[in-house]
Ligand binder design. Sequence first.
Ligand code: ZN
Length: 258
Amino acid sequence: MRGACERAYGGMTSNAEPSGALVLFSGGQDSTVCLAWALQRFGRVETVGFDYGQRHAVEMQARQAVRARIAERFPAWAGRLGEDHVLDLRGFGAVAESALTSDRAIEMTAKGLPSTFVPGRNLVFLVYAAALADRRGLKALVGGMCETDFSGYPDCRRDTLDAMQTALNLGMEQDFAVETPLMRLTKAQTWALASGLGGEALVEIVLAETHTCYLGERGDRRAWGYGCGTCPACDLRARGWAEWIAEGRPALAAEAIA
Ligand code: ZN
């Protein structure tokens, strides 16, 4: 199994798709695994992050740390990893004010959504990402949206993203593909995919460098990485880790989720 994984990320230079990808990259666990997925698959990969008034600069710092560590540990991927872009969406953040962008507590709203939900956030991200990808000549837009460990975010559903892909391609006269490799995976399977894409080295980068916690806590390192341990994002991450460990740390090959 390990041999197959090593082949998957060691001998990938000949069969990469030349068109290139833009990864919506927050520096969290999910978008880091998406970045590795894109680096295995595409000959040129750029990243984009969005500053929409997050409370936590730690998220923006994690992005650079993850990119640097991936380039250092995976020389074949380093040659594919292109520019990083950060777009200012603070105007949108002001409109969509919620617990992520102000100091309101995390709670459930009347619609059954956590107050961390920013209405239409992924839709806005994709419009900006697509405009950037158009300028950069990139055809795939890769995001970590997932409807399995679903927090109830309607803009993470594949149906929403299919509609968005159609709208972007019509409205920009393009042929973008909105790629969501984690869409059907549980959080345990996302750890397994990290292992399948980059073995223990990538799992360690996810543990040591990525930031997912809503409260922006780093603190002491836990078994599953850094975070407060109690917010919904930490809870999902910790439960996925425990499940993956209980299953014996299986590796999931990218081909298996295609
Ligand atoms: Zn947390």
